[in-house]
Design a protein around this ligand. Structure first.
Ligand code: ZN
Length: 264
């Protein structure tokens, strides 16, 4: 029984702490039932833990996670047109344990995409207010196109990955999968942050510790970016400057150090 496997249970413990970290009111990342989190299980992410629909990240219990079958979650994307009832049935059908009482988060397929093609081990989805200010602005997409400072590149990657507003659920998962594929083709690595127009963002990490680091840095970037508009708008690093940070040996060293830092 997969639930009794010590690694699967340890992963659930860590994911539960990530959920509370993201839902901590002072962080202003997700309120009420906003946001969701996931954690891959197995060498090839054959299954993953996912937040159940409707519960609050900051206060949820461990039994409000659902163990999902990754292949069945991805199969939801094979159907172009699904009614809301059919989507619900497929979400229930993708649970490993069919007796689990919880409806999985409607973003199950998007999490499965991030944990497979996105190369992540853990994922956090949230709606931080500074990002909403940018993602809901007329000039938001252009404002988010560049990179502002070196540490942003070290933690959040070489470039942002932007998905224009799409209906949440399978359509958003399909659009995000395409954006991740395009990003992989352009940059040769998956994105750390997927920005969703008029919605929020996904932070992709090797593990929950990295999801926290990416989230902290991304939100700091959003605040800094908003501040630049008081003095003429962002002065982005050039592509050559950004590429130089990405390939500098001392930046790789810093990245490795960050990975060794204990998240808590
Ligand atoms: Zn959302």
């Amino acid at each position: 029984m997969q639930y009794e496997d010590p690694q699967t249970l340890a992963a659930l413990d860590r994911l539960h702490r990530l959920a509370h970290w993201l839902g901590e009111p002072g962080r202003d990342l997700a309120i009420l039932a906003e946001g969701n989190v996931s954690q891959a299980i197995g060498e090839r992410a054959e299954t993953f833990w996912l937040k159940a629909s409707g519960c609050s990240l900051g206060t949820m219990d461990k039994d409000q996670f659902v163990l999902m079958d990754t292949a069945r979650s991805l199969a939801i994307l094979d159907h172009e047109t699904l009614t809301d009832t059919q989507i619900k049935e497929m979400l229930y059908g993708a649970r490993v344990d069919q007796t689990s009482p919880h409806l999985p988060s409607t973003e199950a397929a998007l999490h499965a995409v991030c944990l497979t093609e996105g190369g992540a081990g853990a994922v956090g989805h949230m709606h931080p207010t500074p990002f909403l200010s940018l993602l809901c602005s007329k000039q938001g997409e252009a404002a988010l196109k560049g990179r502002l400072f070196p540490d942003e590149i070290v933690v959040c990657g070489i470039a942002p990955c932007y998905v224009p507003y799409t209906d949440p659920g399978p359509p958003l998962a399909r659009a995000s999968r395409q954006a991740i594929r395009n990003y992989l083709q352009t940059w040769g690595e998956p994105p750390k942050v997927v920005l969703l127009g008029n919605h929020g963002l996904f932070a992709l990490g090797k593990n929950a510790d990295e999801v926290e680091r990416v989230t902290m840095m991304a939100v700091k970037v959003a605040r800094a970016l908003l501040g630049t508009f008081a003095l003429g708008g962002p002065n982005f690093l050039t592509e050559a400057q950004a590429e130089r940070i990405r390939t500098r040996p001392d930046e790789h060293y810093r990245q490795a150090l960050l990975e060794r830092l204990k998240g808590r």
